[in-house]
Design a protein around this ligand. Structure first.
Ligand code: NOJ
Length: 509
């Protein structure tokens, strides 16, 4: 990489990653700290007590070789049987809330709302009540990648009827749990549509490049909006909760300041950030114009009779506009961008975007190949959102780091501290952040990577029958940050003993 071209990047890094002033920045008393997981990744018990089959069950059972490390994804961390220990870990950390997801198939085994599985409901009642006993707020995600297989048999997220199916499911969940749950995330990362229904490299493995992903994105956004409107109309007044959506929002910068690279980065941002933000948070609504133009033009050139990007009707635009109380930001990394020379499949999402990604070699590398540490990216992302969408409320719904199994996870600590410092800068510059959620509470099934990439503050011994959980260094450091409300650069405990935090009862809604 030619250094001369990186000059503008250095300036921005110096501004936010030098952290060169000596000012001590603190998280205010009402700033919330949490930890996250998702149903498929931790629960196990894939067919216990009447649970139905999800697309991930089907995907891995039909293609076991797709689990990179051949791990036991059916059992995972067995949180279905270990939820009390999970809550104990949250108490040790001293967090304010726990973000977990509900497995649609545990509540509605066939996905449809006529047949409720009461044992599944009982599991989530137990978990919620256990959390509330210790004043830890549940933040519930309705959908985190694990669609009922029965609905996939009818086209899954590419079938527009899913908007209604999702609304019906949301109603069942609200009826059962909204009296106790005040934070809701409708869907997690609609950007997963690209891999799920375009490239077909994650469940349900549908390869329909350039078409399937856009149908999925449209329907998932509308399903989100339907659930939001349902809560707004029938539950909000009574229960006073907030409903948002969790978006995968990473940062990108041009590899250097050449016009072509700047333009490519702008295009990349529109396809990965604004595609999801614009319909909900912009004044105009709808998908971003640049995305509409690029796909329409390419579709024409490719001989399609209409754009591969489906249209949002005025009624749909209306339904989407303003349909969130907060943006859930899942932020992990930053990429450097230039226009692509590589030949992507035509048509495809990648061909539509037309960029090639890289990174700075001195950005620390995680265990996951795609993940590097560049804290300034979170700061710049927050400023971008503020500028384009007028200072919306945000929750960091996920941020994390993968390592090997080791307990002394210094790289996770460094990453956590760097990003929390960046977040303090973003808050100082006006970003309205309600809370920060560490991904993840414990090691879990990292989808196709199995358990080979560990994201947990707690290590899980997947070889033990009990799936023993042990605090890592990062768990102790996170606990200390929550207690002190500042990010110290040098605090290290002498051992990894962790006790229940004595700050119980801090958060009252
Ligand atoms: C975001 C996803 O929501 C989560 O399921 C995944 O484990 C993390 N990214 C890390 O890749």
């Amino acid at each position: 990489m030619e250094l001369i071209f990186l000059f503008p990047l250095f300036i921005s890094l110096a501004v936010v990653s030098g952290w060169s002033d000596n000012k001590v920045r603190t998280f205010k008393k009402d700033f919330l700290f949490g930890a996250a997981s998702s149903a498929y990744q931790v629960e196990g018990a894939w067919d216990a007590d009447g649970k139905g089959e999800s697309i991930w069950d089907r995907y891995f059972h039909s293609n076991p070789e797709l689990v990179a490390d051949n791990s036991d994804v059916d059992t995972a961390a067995d949180s279905y049987h270990n939820y009390e220990r999970d809550v104990e870990m949250l108490r040790e950390l001293g967090v304010d809330y726990y973000r977990f997801s509900i497995a649609w198939t545990r509540i509605l085994p066939t996905g449809r709302s006529h047949n409720i599985n009461e044992k599944g409901v009982q599991y989530y009642n137990n978990l919620i009540d256990e959390l509330l006993k210790y004043n830890i707020q549940p933040m519930v995600t309705l959908y985190h990648f694990d669609l009922p297989q029965k609905l996939q048999d009818l086209g899954g997220w590419t079938n527009p009827l899913i908007v209604g199916w999702f609304e019906d499911y949301a109603r069942v969940v609200f009826e059962k749990f909204a009296d106790r749950v005040k934070y809701w995330v409708t869907v997690n990362q609609p950007s997963s549509c690209v891999m799920a229904y375009g490239e077909g490299v994650i469940a349900p493995g549908v390869v329909f490049n350039g078409v399937g992903e856009y149908l999925c994105i449209k329907n998932m956004l509308l399903a989100h909006a339907a659930a939001y409107r349902l809560y707004e109309k029938e539950y909000k007044k009574k229960y006073k909760g907030s409903v948002g959506i969790a978006l995968e929002l990473n940062w990108s910068d041009p590899i250097n300041n050449k016009t072509a690279n700047v333009e490519a980065t702008d295009r990349y941002k529109q396809f990965t950030l604004d595609l999801y933000l614009h319909p909900i948070w912009s004044k105009q609504g709808d998908f971003p114009s640049l995305v509409k133009e690029v796909i329409a033009k390419k579709s024409r050139e490719q001989g399609f009779k209409r754009s591969r990007l489906p249209v949002l009707s005025s009624e749909e635009k209306q339904m989407l506009k303003g349909s969130a109380d907060f943006i859930g930001i899942n932020h992990y990394t930053t990429n450097l961008v230039k226009p692509s020379k590589a030949q992507y499949i035509v048509p495809s999402f990648n061909d539509d975007v037309g960029v090639e990604l890289s990174y700075r070699k001195d950005w620390m590398q995680a265990k996951s190949p795609w993940l590097r540490s560049a804290p300034y990216g979170l700061y710049k992302l927050c400023l971008y959102i503020n500028k384009h969408y007028d200072y919306p409320k945000v929750f960091i719904t996920e941020h994390g780091w993968s390592t090997s199994q080791a307990l002394w996870d210094n790289s996770r600590v460094e990453n956590l501290r760097g990003y929390l410092k960046a977040l303090l800068f973003a808050i100082e510059d006006g970003t309205e952040v309600i809370g920060y959620t560490a991904w993840s509470l414990m090691d879990n099934v990292e989808w196709n990577a199995g358990v080979s990439e560990r994201f947990g503050l707690y290590e899980v011994d997947f070889d033990s029958k009990e799936k023993t959980r042990t605090a890592r260094l990062s768990a102790l450091v996170y606990k200390r940050i929550i207690e002190k409300r500042i990010v110290e650069s040098d605090w290290t405990p002498t051992n990894l003993d962790i006790n229940i935090s004595n700050k119980e009862g801090r958060v009252e809604l």
